[in-house]
Design a protein around this ligand. Structure first.
Ligand SMILES: *Cc1c(COP(=O)(O)O)cnc(C)c1O
Ligand code: SF4
Length: 335
């Protein structure tokens, strides 16, 4: 367990340094992975539409020399993104219509989603956020106060979801202040965090952050986002161990991505690996039809067949719920 101790004991500055060392230049990424420079012109053009971003630890899990590596495919800008695709639009989930206040999404009964920051540690090519208008913005103090007032006056809300972007990119002091404000709302019971950081930058899960979540009056749920079992190496397992000990409920959501995880063997391995490190599969999302991501789309028939196979091969609790997000629907739509 020495590796686990070494990882969780790293001082907080380290995750921020690693974040700053992320790959943002397609040429540097291709060089690091021994990939041909013939990929570069298209990568540069697509990166102009939505920048490349991948933390060094995530890139280190990729296979050198493999342009189809399932981790690489999630972050490498491709010429395919430039192709027009009917039905693939900038705001496929209708978020802009569901915002009563800046950064506040109240689409479903009982839970409100707060966009804490537009920034992410990784830019996933399939993300609907690639066209979000306030991509790098954070809620101002005034907007945060307004969001709190909104929550205080919405009597049926028992759960707040911190999302983004990635809420765990906020520094500890700011996060602590936000959690305190939320815990002071008497109607709230649960705090849910949607973050990809435990997977792509596990160094973020410091003892200070873990302590903050453990000590909150609110029951804490952390929903990670991993799409492929190879994302879940020992550094991720170590980071999650501390969170489990702190009593957090750990869930995973994945996106069904053509050529990355659209087969039963990969999905089965993902579920098995998640459980091994203390995480239950939650959602498997059908791709949001966002402009630039059509090449990741999996036919619905294939998605349904895949889940049917998983049901025969895994215990029920390791089969993710296959869902789609429909604008205006009262919850995720099961397929
Ligand atoms: C997905 C989502 C939620 C969470 O839905 P659950 O089914 O509870 O996981 C809440 N609010 C918004 C706006 C969402 O998009
Ligand atoms: S981490 Fe999540 S929000 Fe950020 S780019 Fe990836 S899918 Fe989108």
């Amino acid at each position: 367990m020495t590796t686990s101790l070494a990882t969780t004991a790293e001082p907080e500055a380290d995750w921020q340094t690693l974040y700053r060392r992320s790959y943002t230049d397609p040429q540097a990424l291709l060089t690091a992975l021994d990939l041909p420079m013939t990929l570069l012109p298209a990568a540069r053009r697509a990166a102009a539409l939505f920048p490349l971003r991948a933390p060094p630890g995530f890139v280190a899990r990729m296979q050198r020399g493999d342009a189809n590596d399932p981790l690489l495919r999630q972050v490498l800008p491709l010429g395919d993104e430039e192709l027009p695709a009917p039905g693939f639009v900038p705001d496929p989930v209708g978020d802009l219509a569901a915002m009563p206040l800046p950064g506040v999404l109240h689409k479903y009964h009982g839970r409100v989603l707060l966009i804490m920051t537009g920034a992410c540690a990784i830019n996933c090519r399939y993300c609907f956020r690639r066209h979000f208008p306030y991509a790098e913005s954070q809620l101002s103090q005034g907007q945060w106060r307004e969001a709190l007032d909104y929550l205080a006056s919405s009597k049926d809300v028992s759960e707040v979801i911190l999302s983004g972007g990635d809420p765990l990119l906020l520094p500890d002091e700011k996060l602590a202040a936000r959690l305190q404000d939320l815990a002071a709302l008497p109607g709230l019971k649960r705090l849910r965090i949607h973050s990809r950081l435990p997977v792509v930058l596990p160094e973020r899960m410091t003892p200070a952050l873990t302590g903050m979540l453990r000590d909150s009056r609110l029951q804490a749920v952390l929903v990670l986002h991993a799409n492929h079992p190879r994302e879940l190496d020992t550094s991720v397992a170590a980071a999650l161990g501390g969170l489990r000990e702190a009593g957090l409920t750990l869930l995973n959501q994945a996106v069904l991505l053509r050529g990355i995880n659209d087969n039963a063997a990969t999905q089965r391995a993902l579920s098995e690996r998640l459980f091994e490190i203390g995480v239950l599969p939650y959602y498997l999302h059908a791709l949001d039809p966002v402009a630039g991501a059509a090449h990741f789309e999996t036919a619905e028939r294939i998605a349904l067949e895949l889940i049917a196979i998983l049901r025969t091969q895994l215990p029920g609790y390791l089969v993710p719920r296959l869902v789609r997000e429909d604008p205006g629907a009262p919850g995720k739509t099961p397929l």
